[in-house]
Design a protein around this ligand. Structure first.
Ligand SMILES: [Fe+2]
Length: 370
């Protein structure tokens, strides 16, 4: 076995229940004035926002709330958040939420410190000044955004695109699974599937190494049995399962952060953009095809991954099928448009075997063809 690995993950993670209260010193180190970046409701409903506010009030930290972040966050909203942070004189930012607010908060920190970067220029212009420091509080078990240096945003033309690098890591993350307890069934399944895709896509990525593979296997072994149980019972997980899902989503995040995502994520963006399919379902529907490619490329690793998932391929495919309840029809013409767009998709190169845009077009037609 090849034990070579490389691992860079500079986020200080405080895991466990009441992590925020127990580790408040980390927030105090970031400054005296904070912009809180979040969505409209989830941060309030799960209790994370009120916990943060009570810590701020006890510690004399001034704050303002920017709660305009929607699913699939827009560069324009993040730009506005950056402007508000600058005008408010924020020393730091706290992002609360699932992937969307956390990814948005990363961009807000960049915009706030770099007035010269306009909306979509975040993809092209250099980050000249160090972004504002960021603390994040996760509220869903899926994204792994807490510990990744990636921000997925929606450009002004409606297309999703990621931006990544050392400027996009939080300084610290508070990983308290209690904040996931109020997540409804559909979002719980979608985010768990997202995490399972991260584990699987990272496992078979050409960039995978000894350590990421360990994280992928560990994560898959926790995630898939709970996803399967949720799909069969249509019931929410209990608290112990919620805790397990949350930590497993972080393990998958460790693997993803190093190995990246494959074609299910690249193709899934289209289903989210054009058919409003939530991210986790949108990626998972392409996962069986990815696993087939993985089997072609490395039978041994495929077997190990399935053993870790405590399932066989047919079971994984059936569970994903039963979770995907979206009536989508895609014409041959639309599929051809995707093929053209996907010719330059980097995710194909970060996938096993030699799956390409033509194969992707055929896959879309076989799944959703009219
Ligand atoms: Fe994802």
């Amino acid at each position: 076995m090849d034990y070579d690995f490389s691992f860079y993950m500079p986020v200080q993670i405080f895991g466990g229940k009441n992590a925020l209260f127990k580790n408040r010193e980390a927030l105090k180190l970031l400054g005296k004035c904070c912009l809180i970046v979040t969505g409209k409701t989830a941060a309030k409903k799960c209790g994370a926002l009120s916990d943060l506010i009570s810590v701020f009030e006890e510690e004399g930290i001034d704050y303002r709330i920017f709660d305009k972040i929607t699913a699939n966050p827009k560069t324009a909203d993040c730009y506005e958040g950056g402007k508000i942070a600058r005008e408010f004189g924020a020393d730091f930012v706290v992002g609360i939420g699932g992937g969307s607010p956390l990814d948005a908060a990363k961009a807000v920190c960049v915009y706030a410190a770099n007035e010269q970067i306009d909306c979509d220029e975040i993809y092209t212009k250099p980050v000249c000044s160090k972004p504002l420091p960021l603390a994040v509080i996760g509220t869903t078990a899926g994204t792994g955004s807490e510990i990744s240096g990636v921000s997925v945003l929606t450009r002004c033309d409606g297309r999703k695109q990621s931006v990544s690098g050392k400027n996009y890591y939080a300084a610290c993350a508070f990983a308290d699974p209690r904040y996931t307890y109020s997540l409804p069934y559909g979002s719980t399944v979608s985010t768990a599937l997202d995490a399972y895709c991260h584990a699987a896509e990272a496992a078979f990525s050409p960039r995978a190494d000894f350590l990421t593979t360990r994280f992928s296997m560990l994560s898959a072994g926790i995630l898939f049995p709970i996803i399967k149980k949720m799909s069969e019972t249509k019931a929410l997980p209990d608290e112990a399962e919620r805790d397990a899902l949350y930590y497993a989503s972080l393990y998958a995040g460790f693997a993803l952060n190093r190995a990246g995502t494959g074609f299910p994520h690249g193709m899934g963006y289209a289903l989210t953009e054009d058919y409003s399919v939530p991210h986790g379902f949108a990626c998972a529907v392409f996962l069986p095809a990815y696993l087939k490619e993985a089997q072609k490329a490395d039978k041994e690793l495929f077997k190990k991954f399935m053993n870790s998932s405590k399932a066989d391929f047919d079971e994984v495919r059936a569970v994903i099928k039963s979770c995907f309840n979206f009536d989508i029809k895609i014409s041959a013409r639309k599929a051809a448009e995707y093929e053209e767009r996907w010719r330059t998709l980097k995710n194909f190169k970060n996938s096993p075997a030699d799956f390409n845009s033509r194969d992707a077009e055929s896959l879309v037609i076989s799944l959703f063809g009219t």
